[in-house]
Design a protein around this ligand. Sequence first.
Ligand code: SIN
Length: 527
Amino acid sequence: MTKSKPNQNRRYIYESNNLLNSFDVIIIGCGIAGIYAALHIDKTKKVALVNKGSEIKSGSSYYAQGGIAAVMTESDSCDLHIEDTLNAGAGLCNAEAVKVLVNEGPENIRTLVDLNVPFDVNSEGELLFTREGGHTKRRIVHCGGDATGKETTDRLYNIAKERENIEFFFGTALIDIISGEKENKVSGVILQETETEKIFILGSENIILATGGIGQVYNSTTNPKGAVGDGIAAAYRAGAVIESMEMVQFHPTALVPQYESDRLFLISEAVRGEGGILRNRTGEAFMRGVHPMADLAPRDIVTRAIYKELLKTGDNFVFIDAGSMTKDFFIKRFPTIYAECMKFNIDVPVDFIPVSPAQHYQMGGIKTDLYGRTNIGGLYACGEAASTGIHGGNRLASNSVLECLVFGRRCALDINSRKNLSKRQGVNISRENIIRTAGRKLDLYQIEGFTKEIRTIMSLYAGAVRKTDGLLFALERINRIMDYADETDIETFGGAEFYNMTQTAKLVVESALERKESAGAHYIEDL
Ligand code: SIN
């Protein structure tokens, strides 16, 4: 099966007077990867930080509970962290990238400490560590108990706001990347204000995509609204290599009772790291017979074991029993989780927590080298949108924020070393290059209907357990939706997001059909 090519004829309407100005660097995405990269760009360079959401908390980083994995003690070693990462990755990791990730972890944590990120410490001021699935050591630093993402993002954002060389564009979506037809390099981005739908261009020879994941192409996800793979889809249209999209990670334990919301609330693996045990309705600790690491086995293994239990019992959820912890400990260690459970009268650790798997993370994405460089000159990617190869078939818990730091910084270092950055001159883009000729209009109801259909198809046929005929059916349906979208004017923000979502879903299904064996998170039942 050969992967289809993106439709290069898609064009966007552009008013020529909407060209703003140029920046030395444009970063798309204000999660930890994007902001941390911005903070490492030389202060003499003008940086645009663009965020689709109107607030800093609109990205996935903000919701990271568990923490950041790094080797910070003498009882641990980089070799062990590398081994755990490779084991979790099901033999598919890029070992060189894993070495970089792990070896540069400690210095980046020290940088965060120096930047006053409020890590949890003991009474002597020493960092506290927790453990999660797949880790053989307690090596995960955390903030606010279970609020690592929020605390880290808030702190980095507050520092970036004070930097004179950084300008923020909130409520601004990436529509497309402008790259030369003759020269293989970028020259700017087409953006759209999400409220006014005004389209404008920013020019730059250095663009970092830190646009996060794709969770919203599934019905159940821990990813926030808007996580549809905008960066991946735009990079693909610009000619970037996209890889390993079939490797979609499902977190085993999202909270089951939920208020209607775009994202599901997560019960961190750290709850199991601190002694929580998965039980089925009869109270059986079913992970014990599945893997030597039992409840702390790598994520894909726990997720599939839960699916098996659910099939066996006909239930919609299993439980986490946190009864080995005292109430005081639980409340102090997991204040966010405790408060969320209490909203549903689940009084942990007295009560068991009902949980089931949900889409959580995209291991593949825009192929990059060890400095976040893609195959297009000046186009970089880092964080969840990138595929450095460090996660292989299954990401080790809490390696994701670490990846944001290590590779966000590396993107910045590479850009700092580049000569002849353009200095705020206008970008030479002809209007014809980005005008999309009028066709059918896509209305809101159609978008809503197609969105529901894509999410259902992806959840049924491209989830944690797949079948070849299901994937073929999914591809056929998604191709029809894609054809429709291709013949339609996508002038609205909702339309552009919907187009990206369709493109991303198609990439996942095509990649899943290309990989003929089960590996890591890609599990084909009929093989
Ligand atoms: C968790 O806290 O379980 C999630 C952390 C991660 O995704 O690595």
